[in-house]
Design a protein around this ligand. Structure first.
Ligand code: NAD
Length: 365
């Protein structure tokens, strides 16, 4: 069954991006929000996006108009009634999402797929307000959702395989790359991306380099197209701090660095500083950024949150890591990865991941 109409509930940053990405690929979208003002802002954002596409020669004006015409907007949740898939993207508050689902349940048939774009809430907890929870799952788009090709497809405890498959097919039809994963904190991608940024902050705290310097060195560590401090400034350090707090139940390794908490609480941005060169410090930074990326990747492989191939696809496409972590570990070999991960695990009292034994064949095996 292919999905030709979706409803997107919440027309903020993510809902707007999801509606654009879907409508651009032939899907009809009913956008619903409680705020008329926000719906108008969302309309403006969609119009500017498609205008830019036309100005850059990526889209014919008629196709842009057709895509815009596929999005309807309103405050009546009843517009979701004939959608094959409902994607919820309201504020990240469990109770608010539960209240919204309670209103949605009488409106949609029991076989309509319902998804949440949550970053940090458990799919299992959200599913409690859904009749027939086997049709509920996470569809975690990355910002900017109109452009970023990766979407994590998060299986809840009760999600049916047919629902996972139908959503993956829908994503592929809208030119997204689905990454199936388990309902674990941080899912697959933030699980290692946030520690990577956190370790950059810890390296700065330890006086190893300035943000500008650490960003440059991150290219040597994992081939990062944009360094961790630059990315944190784009998404806002406060969001990064919250994402790490969501990972903290997994152990002290994941606790946000002091400087990140101070900046995040103050809603500030990183000052990049001068990019100085210091080869011996930079070798340490490379080791630490790699160790802090590899440890959570090996842990998530132990927990079967996602496959090594999917982790690498996500790292390449969502994060623009030139050398994605599993392929890089295979290339470096077991001894070198143990040298990088061992001290990191020891410092935070984390057990050595069993997947370390598979380094060398993580991707091929
Ligand atoms: N911003 C990101 O980078 C990002 C990335 C991935 C996932 N997410 C997740 O996506 C979800 C939305 O985040 P966002 O950044 O787009 O938020 P946002 O604040 O930009 O937008 C949320 C929208 O939901 C609307 N809303 C609130 N209650 C509603 C209700 N009952 N019915 C309909 N609309 C309602 C608000 O008016 C607002 O327009 C959150 O769960 C967030 O964790 C965000």
């Amino acid at each position: 069954m292919s999905i030709s109409k979706i409803a997107v509930i919440g027309s903020g940053t993510m809902g707007t991006g999801i509606s654009i990405a879907s409508a651009a690929n032939g899907v009809n979208v009913a956008m619903v929000d409680v705020s008329d003002e926000q719906l108008e802002r969302s309309r403006g954002a969609a119009e500017s996006f498609f205008k830019r596409q036309v100005d850059k020669g990526r889209l014919e004006a008629a196709d842009a108009d057709a895509a815009l015409g596929r999005i309807t907007r309103g405050t009546d949740l009843g517009a979701a009634g004939d959608a094959g898939l409902v994607i919820e993207a309201v504020f990240e508050l469990l109770e608010l999402k539960h209240e919204m689902y309670a209103k949605l349940m009488p409106i949609v048939d029991k076989d309509v797929i319902v998804a949440s774009n949550t970053s940090a809430l458990k799919i299992a907890d959200l599913a409690k307000a859904i009749d027939e929870p086997s049709r509920f799952l996470g569809l975690h788009y990355f910002s900017p959702a109109e452009i970023n090709p990766i979407v994590e497809v998060v299986r809840g405890e009760q999600t049916a395989q047919a629902v996972m498959d139908a959503c993956s097919a829908f994503l592929e039809a809208t030119k997204k790359t689905p990454i199936p994963c388990k309902d674990q904190n941080g899912f697959a991608i933030n699980r290692f991306f946030c520690p990577f940024t956190n370790e950059a902050v810890r390296a700065m705290e330890d006086g190893l380099g300035t943000p500008a310097q650490i960003d440059r060195v991150s290219r040597l560590a994992v081939g990062a197209a944009a360094g961790p401090f630059r990315v944190m400034n784009l998404v806002k350090p406060r969001i990064n701090m919250n994402a790490l707090r969501n990972l903290e139940p997994l152990g002290p390794f994941y606790a946000p660095a002091d400087a990140l908490v101070a900046l995040g609480e103050a809603e500030g941005l990183w000052e990049m500083g001068e990019d100085q060169s210091d080869e011996s410090a930079e070798a340490v930074i490379v080791d630490r950024l790699r160790g802090a990326t590899f440890l959570p990747v090996l842990e998530l492989l132990d927990e079967e949150v996602a496959t090594a191939a999917d982790v690498d696809t996500g790292a390449s496409l969502a994060l623009k890591f030139g050398t994605p972590p599993c392929a890089l570990m295979d290339q470096l070999g077991k001894d070198e990865v143990a040298r990088l991960v061992g001290p990191m695990a020891e410092r935070y009292g984390a057990p050595l991941p069993q997947s370390l034994a598979r380094v060398g064949t993580l991707v091929s095996g």
